[in-house]
Ligand binder design. Sequence first.
Ligand code: SAM
Ligand code: TMP
Ligand code: ZN
Length: 408
Amino acid sequence: MSAVLNCRICAGPLREFCDFGSQPLSSAFPESGRIGDEFFFRLAVGVCESCTMVQLVDEVPRHLMFHEDYPYLSSGSAVMRAHFERTARHFLETRLTGKDPFIVELGCNDGVMLRTVAQAGVRHLGFEPCLRVAEVASGNGLRVRAEFFDAGSAADVLAEHGPAQVIYAANTMCHIPYLESVFKGIGTLLAPDGVLVFEDPYLADIIDRAAFDQIYDEHFYYFTATSVQAMARHFGFELVDVERLPVHGGEVRYTIARPGVHRPSPRVATLLAEEESRALTGMASLEGFITRVDRARDELVSLLERLRAEGRTVAGYGATAKSATVTNYCGIGPDLVGFIADSTPAKQGRLTPGSHIPVRSPESFAEAYPDYALLFAWNHAEEIIAKEEAFRRGGGRWILYVPDVHLV
Ligand code: SAM
Ligand code: TMP
Ligand code: ZN
């Protein structure tokens, strides 16, 4: 008998539609002597039949994912540095213009966005529960609390700093299963006319690109305008704007306010209508996604096996959290991909989660180019392909698997 599943937002019935099997923590890179200690869980996804929220079926405890050894640093990409600088300037010009404004960021990571705010002399506070990452931000002169944001911490911040005109979260809201506590905190901390702005991977882009590697432990929710509107209402707020963003393979930036305070942009109704007309979270859409994912898996594995049989060398590029799902779901280990190059110091010298492919520096990639490079960091394709131009000039080819398996 299958368990009764309930939506983490509205408690409505959750229908499971895909199962990627047993998967490791996507950011836990073991040392070679420690591969027996890894944590695994069942990576399955469901859709709420009531509010349409797409979400993981099993929740990984937050302290297993976000702790002092969390390796991800947001400033590793020049494109993302520029994106967050633009975002900060936008807030400074539009929302942080009153007397002594205050902005709070959830998941500020190494301070990639807040540093521009701080340089402008505007009051700010970042929440970053991963201690080493938070220390990078505070080392850059930012005001950071090394803790999880939730209802309790919001009350402390209100008492110490007063209300926030902007609460911002990039690639963080979708990481938080306990959003009821986060929204309670936002209700406490947000100024009466303040806004919550958050941006996360957009389910329509995930489906259209068959980007199944966006599904992993940390990505608990897969938002749409429809599900975010329902969620905002459920927690006593209103969705007032949406903006599609090209970063990280396609995201949407949602703006949420207290009800009746800001007039909703016509863009909200447009995106809601688009989602409805294509039945984005209907079974045909979700099952079509699974069919294309399985095809991509079969084609990728066949290609890698053929290259191995022909004696070609293949390395990976970008030991992303996303790559945990690809390597573990497709059964790709060091026999098919010799190593993965990655610029993150805390990943180098370690093994990829579950699939145990060695991670090395980008310099070791350049020292002896492989014949092929599997681009796991496909969301940074333009930046990486330009940076590693010499690889292609020397005859190397990139393998991509989004939106389908192809060579460039
Ligand atoms: N905002 C950065 C960006 O877009 O590159 C970092 C995104 S990173 C994928 C997600 C971050 O959210 C992590 O640094 C993690 O520690 C943080 N995080 C997770 N749960 C959180 C919570 N409850 N409150 C604040 N930050 C949280
Ligand atoms: P992300 O897709 O979650 O942002 O992760 C990107 C990973 O790729 C991260 O581990 C850093 C790595 N990376 C490089 O090695 N070189 C690069 O030029 C970029 C942009 C990322
Ligand atoms: Zn629901």
